[in-house]
Design a protein around this ligand. Sequence first.
Ligand code: 5CA
Ligand code: ZN
Length: 409
Amino acid sequence: MHAWPASEVPALPGKGRDLQIHDTATQGTITLAPGPVARIYVCGITPYDATHIGHAATYNAFDLVQRVWLDTKRQVIYVQNVTDVDDPLLERALRDNQDWTELAERETALFREDMTALRMLPPQHYIGAVEAIPGIVPLVERLRDAGAAYELDGDTYFSVEADPHFGGVSNLDAEAMRLLSAERGGDPERPGKKNPLDPMLWMAARPGEPSWDGGSLGRGRPGWHIECVAIALDHLGMGFDIQGGGSDLAFPHHEMGASHAQALTGEFPMAKAYVHAGMVALHGEKMSKSKGNLVFVSALRRAGVDPAAIRLALLSHHYRADWEWTDEVLAEAVARLERWRAAVSRPDGIPADALVEEVREALANDLDAPAALAAVDRWVELQNATDGDDESAPGLVSRTVDALLGVAL
Ligand code: 5CA
Ligand code: ZN
């Protein structure tokens, strides 16, 4: 699948420092020091509805990761999937009496537009679940042949006992895992499973649903976790730097994915850091397609909101915090954008070399975007209050804000 166009990332003087990031698995902050090539996998959308602010906030966090790495003069290999066949997508298509492939294509196209407008850097590999199926089938067969998977009435399940590290990503107790499994696509109540938590790897064809050739598995469609593992291993291999997504993916999705990959390869860990963004809420509840309490990026754009203001609104919250989208959050971002633009539109100003380092430092410190905004705010205030004569300063500030925060002034 094609991704979306990349906005240019200006090169800044000097170079950023290595990223320190909170890792869900070890429950602490670790310093990532990749070689010349940094590798990241970020879970993509299930395209049955438009991109909402919650999605955008999560992709914003991982866009910052890319920008920090690029500023350390590394190359980044960024992989993202599109879950273009899954239960919620098929259910929505059925409900609205539309073709599921058309629904997926339409919403993916809108996602690309939203990402472009928000200046999110595109992945190098943007892969749909459907196009990944030929790579998924042999992985499931290998797991089964190694005794890490078993058949139940035609469906194939992964045995969580096959990975000695199972549980190490989310660090939850058994009861919490069972509850979340039931809530998030699992089927802990199904009789006949070896462990109630075992997730499906391959679902045998159901009447009226799309299915594909599964070789020795029979016709069917892939489970959710193996989709991301197949795509990640294909393009990144084991031991990549970051597996990313919202905090609702820590269990079961990333837990199961890590176990699939570790059982397949015998290597540990799948990713050096498991990084999770907080949940954005609207009216006191997590913004979610299933609840319908959504603010769409495309609707804001249609209403004339500058995408740079949306981006500043996202950046004004730390990526790990849960936060609430309100009109005030947006209004503050609109006002900040105006102040910043006025400050950099002057022909000269006060030196900004220290600001570049402050923004770098803030982001390298677990992507502290609010601290980065505060640093720019301070420069802007001083710039508006003082008569500086550094002709390079306004340009340097624009380039810094563009390169490190993805905001075009
Ligand atoms: N296709 C799968 C991942 S393989 C999926 O979870 N799709 S999604 O469309 O439901 O979510 C896409 C990304 O947005 C995920 O990382 C998810 O954690 C994140 N996300 C969903 N809702 C919110 C929210 N309210 N706040 C922050 N992030 C969210
Ligand atoms: Zn995923």
